[in-house]
Design a protein. Structure first.
Length: 304
């Protein structure tokens, strides 16, 4: 069996078809189909049942996929081990948040591409949480408070959150002084999330309500500056608005609990070297960028 055929089969199985697998691999559908045919011929069984909607694993395919994924992972580790020091090649697929990715993390990818000319970098920007395994990502950058999952996470830097509003909103509606008072205010939200605040050492969760919702932090920032309500946003997204006074921190006696930016990856025995290098470069980038870490001084505030 050809290891390339095995690796291609894993991508097809996870992507759910030849076409999406070809897009992930950056090769033609005919090459993917040829590799699958070779692998099935070598094994003497049908691994995939082709359908009008893509491809479904047969019973032997389900059994073989588990072992094939382990083989592919071990081969990737072996390649990293024998590769010359400082050399990285292959493909790295990353999911990033749309709100911060293009402005705050994309420069790291550009630097990585310059440093490693044989590396292929494929980045996807969205504020939704991608399914790393099903969608074939090597890793993702996530910001805020991590939910429980089977993903492996590496903290790359602190992220500071603030509850903010525009001066016009505060002038019209006032500023909440306690979490209980949030019920009387318009909240600018991503969906149905809860907002968390610190009361000394205790964390208080609040279910805010509002008529303006967006799955994008930039859109929420625009709504906040327009005076539509209160927004719960990272300093890294709003630091310039805070400096200019366009947005003002409110309810500062109950700050949001510390959050962070993370690189998350699917579970496995070892992270591939590409992910390790990206993680190290992101940590260095965050350490050198004070706005990302929220170290803002002299900002106007509404006192509680």
């Amino acid at each position: 069996m050809n290891i390339e055929d095995i690796e291609t089969f894993v991508v097809v199985a996870d992507a759910g078809g030849v076409s999406p697998a070809a897009r992930r691999l950056g090769i033609s559908k005919s090459i993917v189909s040829r590799r699958l045919f070779r692998l099935e011929a070598a094994l003497g069984v049908q691994l995939l049942a082709r359908t009008t909607r893509g491809a479904a694993l047969t019973e032997p395919g389900v059994a073989f996929r588990e072992h094939a994924a382990k083989v592919s992972a071990e081969i990737e580790i072996a390649r990293d081990t024998i590769m010359p020091t400082g050399d990285i090649r292959g493909r790295l697929r990353i999911a990033m948040p749309l709100s911060l990715g293009p402005t705050h993390f994309a420069p790291v990818l550009a630097k990585m591409a310059q440093r490693y000319p044989q590396l292929q970098l494929h980045a996807s920007y969205s504020d939704r949480f991608a399914d790393l395994i099903a969608e074939g990502f090597d890793c993702a950058i996530r910001v805020g408070h991590l939910e429980n999952s089977n993903l492996l996470a590496k903290r790359i830097g602190p992220i500071h959150l603030k509850l903010v509003a525009s001066p016009s909103y505060i002038e019209t509606h006032g500023a909440p002084e306690t979490p209980k008072e949030l019920i009387g205010h318009q909240a600018l939200m991503q969906g149905t999330e809860s907002w968390k605040f610190m009361d000394c050492d205790r964390i208080i969760s609040v279910q805010p309500q509002g008529r303006f919702k967006s799955d994008n932090g930039i859109a929420l920032t625009a709504a906040a500056t327009a005076g539509l309500g209160l927004a719960y946003l990272p300093d890294s997204l709003i630091c310039e608005y805070l400096r200019s006074g366009t947005l003002i921190p409110v309810m500062t006696s109950y700050p949001p609990p510390p959050a962070a930016a993370y690189v998350v990856r699917p579970p496995g025995q070892h992270p591939v070297r590409k992910v390790q290098v990206l993680t190290e470069m992101l940590i260095e980038h965050l350490e050198q960028n004070p706005c990302l870490e929220g170290r803002n001084r002299g900002l106007p505030q509404i006192s509680d």
